[in-house]
Design a protein around this ligand. Structure first.
Ligand SMILES: C[S@@+](CC[C@H](N)C(=O)[O-])C[C@H]1O[C@@H](n2cnc3c(N)ncnc32)[C@H](O)[C@@H]1O
Length: 342
């Protein structure tokens, strides 16, 4: 099968069969970054025809993948990952129409292992658009939303693992409070954890949100009091930060020299990790080396990283973009040294 034309593939807000739509954030900027160009050609009919192998670690509904494909050569490859079976259905549909696409239903934490299984040892570009997609929030039955009722699930991968409801049944107050504090930066975590543990059942996201609302002593204008607690439980149950750490560490051996990493994050817990990772591996010195009398020379695996924010125009059209940051850097030609602690 041949590659589709850009006219059919450049679609920034594709939907799935249920009609849920995802507006891709920092679309042009991320695709330009992963291809290592300042910006994409203005004319939609000008295509870069880039060669090589690329990874979209978070396919979602494929907004970034489709634009990237429109700038790839006919013999290029795009490997797409997602944990979510609904996203994977859409990706498989795309792969049927475009033979350059290969689909992996797994966490991007398995990057190296999954690429090896496909016979790929290194790639020319890696992009990830972290967090949850609009379809995941908009479909109340997934349990991510405190505005729509559904089972308290919150798993991205509904085919495996424990739901938040199952976890809440057996977790103790203190562990729950620690999760709310660590992953939601919720200052009233103890009080909220106690109220949650007094609930008889965890069948309804709206009931859970109401209990958190009543327990929360300080409501902020324009923000639902359950926002941080829901974020915390979601990040915990999906091991989101652990997966990001593993993905970043693997980007060093997986990227070819001059290959680009481009990662979009939506909250400070993730963004801080990406920033520190890129600083650590582009400076030739680790922060902890600073107090040593003879700081060792560390490998500089990445060029000076860049941080890109969405334009005002994008934020006005897509409120999800408000808190997004894109961080990007080029892999240098320094060989990976597995014995030097990452
Ligand atoms: C913000 S959306 C990506 C949207 C996508 N860029 C688009 O244009 O449609 C994030 C996606 O990443 C997936 N995801 C989150 N963490 C993941 C992980 N560790 N491994 C694989 N997929 C993950 C989610 O299931 C979700 O579909």
């Amino acid at each position: 099968m041949s590659a589709p034309t850009a006219e059919t593939s450049e679609h920034s807000h594709p939907s799935d069969e249920s009609g849920f739509v995802h507006d891709a954030v920092l679309l042009q900027e991320t695709v330009a970054a992963v291809l290592g160009v300042k910006s994409l050609p203005k004319k939609q009919t000008d295509h870069l025809q880039a060669k090589g192998v690329y990874v979209d670690a978070t396919f979602g509904r494929g907004g970034h993948s489709r634009l990237l494909l429109s700038h790839l050569a006919d013999d290029a490859q795009l490997i797409v990952f997602d944990k979510d079976p609904a996203a994977i259905d859409v990706a498989q549909g795309l792969a049927k129409m475009d033979s350059r696409v290969q689909v992996v239903h797994d966490s991007f934490a398995t990057l190296t292992q999954r690429l090896t299984a496909l016979g790929i040892s290194q790639v020319d570009g890696l992009m990830a658009d972290l967090g949850i997609s609009s379809p995941q929030i908009d479909d109340g039955s997934r349990g991510f939303s405190f505005m729509r009722d559904g089972a308290v699930d919150m798993r991205m991968d509904t085919s495996r693992g424990q739901s938040v409801a199952e976890w809440l049944e057996q977790v103790d107050d203190e562990t729950l409070a620690n999760v709310l504090y660590e992953f939601g930066e919720e200052r009233h975590s103890r009080r909220i954890a106690r109220a949650i543990k007094q609930m008889d059942s965890y069948d309804s996201t709206l009931e859970l949100a109401e209990v958190i609302k009543v327990a929360h002593p300080k409501w902020q204008k324009g923000k639902h009091p359950a926002t941080q607690s829901f974020q915390a439980m979601r990040i915990f149950i999906n091991n989101e930060l652990g997966d990001v750490d593993e993905f970043l560490a693997q980007s060093i051996p997986v990227l070819k020299p001059n290959g680009y990493l481009a990662v979009i994050s939506f909250h400070s817990l993730e963004d801080r990790r990406i920033k520190q990772f890129l600083q650590r591996h582009s400076k030739g010195q680790y922060p902890e080396d600073q107090n040593l009398p003879m700081p060792p020379e560390r490998p500089r695996y990445f060029s000076k990283p860049k941080r890109i924010a969405p334009s005002k125009d994008e934020v006005s059209h897509n409120p999800r973009a408000r808190s997004a940051w894109l961080r990007t850097a080029m892999r240098t030609d320094v060989s990976y040294q597995p014995d030097v602690e990452a």
